[in-house]
Every structure is written in structure tokens, then in C-alpha cells.
Design a protein around this ligand. Structure first.
Ligand SMILES: C[S@@+](CC[C@H](N)C(=O)[O-])C[C@H]1O[C@@H](n2cnc3c(N)ncnc32)[C@H](O)[C@@H]1O
Length: 201
């Protein structure tokens, strides 16, 4: 059975978030407001990340793929990769990728700590580790969450980004500035300062 909802063939999926989200089952749609990147944000982020032409962009914690899929639609010249720890979310991402006929997106299942950052040019990060913090809304209860894991992932991410060459771009959405890697400078902000554009200088 297809994971993508049926009878959607006449819709312009990029006309609004609510239409795009219909590509997913209801339980996934209900998580969108808090967990998946809005289309407008994906477009702005992709505009910034793809200024250098055919670059490779990694979404660290790609969920059901909304950032990668929307960015791949808006800026088709770049290559988009998503790494996601939850297998079921990767399956939803792949199903929607197929439905949209996008060939410039690859989803990988696993922990981002297993990814070689050097394979990518630029990065997108939507506060992926926040579920580990007490009192936050969870996608599900499939993991044991802890402040220690939150700190470990953040430190690991910062170290990987610090190893990247000058010119590396990073877009963060709803992420803390004090977690930012050394050498990266915020050169712009949008969406009430929740969307930050950074470059390693
Ligand atoms: C806020 S959602 C963002 C999803 C997607 N980037 C988007 O913008 O639509 C964060 C995602 O990161 C994933 N995640 C959290 N920790 C991870 C880790 N250590 N490795 C891989 N994925 C992780 C979560 O499972 C969740 O799907």
C-alpha cells in the first residue's frame, strides 16, 4: 500500500503548507506545525544555501523530508540529502519524494553522528535535538530522551561544523545562538529572527 495519500493528483502541493502536508498521513500532518519546516522557510533557506550553484546540502535530522523536498522543488540545481534517525519518517519522506518525482533528493536512515560532513557543502538544521529537553513536545516515544544526549549531540554537531572549510553555509531554524560553532557568523536573519543565515569566515 502506498504511504502517500490517494486522490491528490490535481493539487498544487506547493501552494500552501496545508496542501503540501496532505501528502502525508493524518498523524504526520498533525506534527507539522511544531516539527516540520514551513514551505516559506524552506524556500528562503534554499535561496541562501544554493547561491554557489550545484552544491550538496545536508539536512541534519530530516524528519519526513519537508525541508529537502521543498528546497529541491524551489532550487532544483542543488543536491539535497537528509539524515534521519527514525526509519518510519524516512519511509514517509521517500514515498513523498516518489510522488513528487524529485530526483535531486536522497534520504538516509541513521544517526547524524555516523555521517561524514565532509561529503557536503552546506547544512540546514531545525533544532533537531530539542526533543531531548524536558517538557518539549515529542514526535513519539521511541527514544529515551535526556539533557545529556542533547548536550552530546550539540557538541558533536558543533565540532563537525567547525572542521568544515571557510565558505561553509549553515541555516538554522529555531536554534539557539549559543550552540553555534566557532568561526560561523550570522550574516542575516528572517522569520522573526528564528531563521538564521550563517557563513564560516
Ligand atoms: C524538528 S524535526 C525537523 C525535520 C526536518 N529537518 C524539517 O525541517 O522538516 C527534527 C528531526 O531530527 C531527527 N533527529 C533528532 N536527533 C537525531 C539524530 N541524532 N540523528 C538523526 N536524526 C535525528 C528527529 O527524529 C526529527 O525527525
Amino acid at each position: 500500500m502506498s504511504l502517500v495519500q490517494n486522490d491528490l493528483s490535481d493539487l498544487d502541493f506547493f501552494s500552501s503548507d496545508s496542501v503540501f502536508d496532505k501528502l502525508y498521513p493524518t498523524d504526520i500532518q498533525e506534527l507539522a506545525y511544531r516539527h516540520w519546516t514551513p514551505l516559506e522557510v524552506a524556500k528562503k533557506a534554499a535561496d541562501f544555501l544554493t547561491q554557489d550553484g550545484k552544491v550538496k546540502i545536508l539536512d541534519i535530522g530530516s524528519g519526513v523530508g519537508k525541508f529537502c523536498l521543498a528546497a529541491a522543488h524551489y532550487k532544483p540545481n542543488a543536491l539535497y540529502y537528509g539524515v534521519e534517525q527514525r526509519k518510519s519518517l524516512v519511509e514517509h519522506a521517500d514515498a513523498v519524494k516518489e510522488k513528487l518525482g524529485l530526483s535531486n533528493v536522497t534520504f538516509m536512515q541513521g544517526n547524524f553522528t555516523k555521517v561524514d560532513f565532509k561529503q557536503y557543502d552546506h547544512f540546514y538544521f531545525y533544532n533537531s535535538f530539542y526533543e531531548n529537553l524536558y517538557g518539549t513536545q515529542k514526535i513519539d516515544n521511541s527514544f529515551e530522551y535526556s539533557k545529556e544526549l542533547y548536550n552530546y549531540y550539540n557538541i558533536y554537531l558543533v565540532r563537525q561544523l567547525e572542521k568544515m572549510p571557510e565558505g561553509t553555509k549553515l541555516v538554522t531554524f529555531h536554534s539557539q545562538e549559543d550552540d553555534m560553532p566557532r568561526g560561523y557568523h550570522i550574516i542575516g536573519a528572517d522569520v522573526e529572527n528564528q531563521l538564521n543565515y550563517l557563513v564560516k569566515i
